[in-house]
Design a protein around this ligand. Structure first.
Ligand code: ATP
Ligand code: MG
Length: 388
């Protein structure tokens, strides 16, 4: 285990998106030299990392050669070449979280099998090799409508998920290896971020309620604390602890849950990294999720996850109809509202619904924070001179 006890600790981060950028911002408070690898020379983290390396996350040689440059390697995305990570690990480079955990989580089929094997509540599922095999099972009555199909690999932000309510929706079936699961009658979607270090210390963040925008299929608002029953909170926290301990994981794990119409807490999916639902922690919690990830992977004592003030987070998305260098409208007006904190990721191109930044709104009551969040959503527009 590499420690933060010298001035030449080299931390590698695979992918230089906004999560990588925010991780580097925290690392820069300490004496850590940061290396970031991303295929996009204009990625958000490029200019704040100590070193930038151009490379593809799924390419064995790129990941392997990058890993050789650092002492500790972590990631902000799931799509990383696991074989390269395993080889680096066998050569003494610390990979955190462990590549085996990444391998399990990269494949939603293996993830579901993990929940089933460990008696973790999740919606019942079946694995399929192709869309054709799903059609066959519909014909023979093994699958009933409605159901949800998910590609085993490569999905994100709802891409790779098809909700099939009836026969007319069958044209939405996705090609490739997938799983089919029962459609849950979702009342709320919540997220829990839990950290664990090599000493086995664990800390959970307060639960976050995720409210989705049906048009963009992206998170519209994130509310902390989540308004759910105490028993549901306890159930989600216990499940989070059970999952991270069963995985024997060092690092940060974000777990998405559904609360169904009977009030049951069901695991949807997990990500072994910092998460969109933890952005508010930068301002609203004593230790941000990014600092916590550093503490967890460096086996330092975990920081307090005490919520200082209720918070709402809204994504700042590219406006429909524009594609090109971003122009931000309404920033100053939003910043004039007390408790509004703006983050712009520095993306060079805006596209409809692309995540360009986020705003965290803090207030003494959740009700107030929600009102201010609504104002911010109406004020901020990301456009471009170039129309689509
Ligand atoms: N079994 C289900 N029943 C009902 N709705 C579902 C089910 N599974 C997923 N959904 C809906 O689809 C959304 C996306 O699913 P999921 O989180 O598995 O995909 P994803 O592409 O990995 O998402 P993201 O990257 O946004 O977290 C969920 O947040 C939920 O709203
Ligand atoms: Mg999800």
């Amino acid at each position: 285990m590499k420690k933060l006890s010298t001035s030449n600790l080299k931390l590698g981060i695979i992918a230089g998106g906004q999560l990588g950028k925010m991780l580097i911002q925290e690392a820069s408070k300490w004496d850590i030299e940061t290396y970031v690898m991303d295929g996009d020379e204009n990625c958000p983290a490029r200019h704040i990392a100590s070193h930038y390396v151009k490379g593809s996350y799924l390419d064995f040689d790129d990941v392997y050669n990058f890993g050789k440059l650092v002492d500790v390697l972590t990631f902000e995305i799931e799509s990383v070449n696991v074989a390269a990570l395993k080889k680096l690990q066998s050569q003494g480079i610390q990979i955190s979280p462990d590549p085996q955990i990444l391998e399990l989580i990269q494949d939603k089929g293996l993830q579901k099998q993990f929940y089933e094997k460990n008696a973790i509540p999740t919606s019942p599922f079946r694995l399929y090799e192709s869309a054709q095999a799903i059609q066959t099972d519909i014909e023979n009555g093994t699958i009933n409508f409605p159901f949800v199909q998910k590609l085993r690999k490569g999905g994100y932000d709802g891409r790779g998920v098809a909700v099939i309510n009836n026969r007319e929706d069958l044209s939405k079936l996705l090609p490739g290896a997938s799983l089919v699961e029962e459609k849950v009658e979702i009342v709320k979607e919540i997220s829990v971020i839990i950290a664990r270090n090599a000493s086995g210390e664990m800390k959970c963040y307060p639960l976050v309620e995720m409210v989705f925008d049906p048009a963009a299929n992206l998170v519209d608002k994130l509310i902390c604390p989540a308004s759910i029953y105490t028993e549901q909170t306890e159930e989600a926290l216990n499940l989070a602890k059970k999952i991270i301990e069963t995985l024997n994981m060092e690092g940060l794990l974000a777990i998405e849950f559904f609360i169904d119409s009977r009030g049951k807490v069901i695991v949807n999916e997990m990500a072994p990294r910092t998460h969109n639902s933890g952005h508010h922690t930068i301002e609203s919690v004593i230790t941000s999720q990014f600092e916590q990830q550093l503490r967890a992977v460096l086996n330092l004592p975990l920081g307090s996850t005490h919520l200082k003030l209720p918070s709402v987070m809204v994504n700042i998305l590219g406006e429909k109809g524009y594609e090109g260098p971003p122009i931000y409208e309404g920033l100053a007006e939003s910043m004039a509202i007390e408790g509004v904190k703006i983050h712009l990721y520095g993306k060079k191109v805006t596209r409809p619904y692309r995540k360009i930044g986020h705003a965290t709104i803090l207030a003494s009551s959740l009700e107030n924070a929600l009102k201010k969040a609504q104002q911010v959503k109406q004020l901020i527009r990301v456009k471009s001179w170039e129309k689509k």
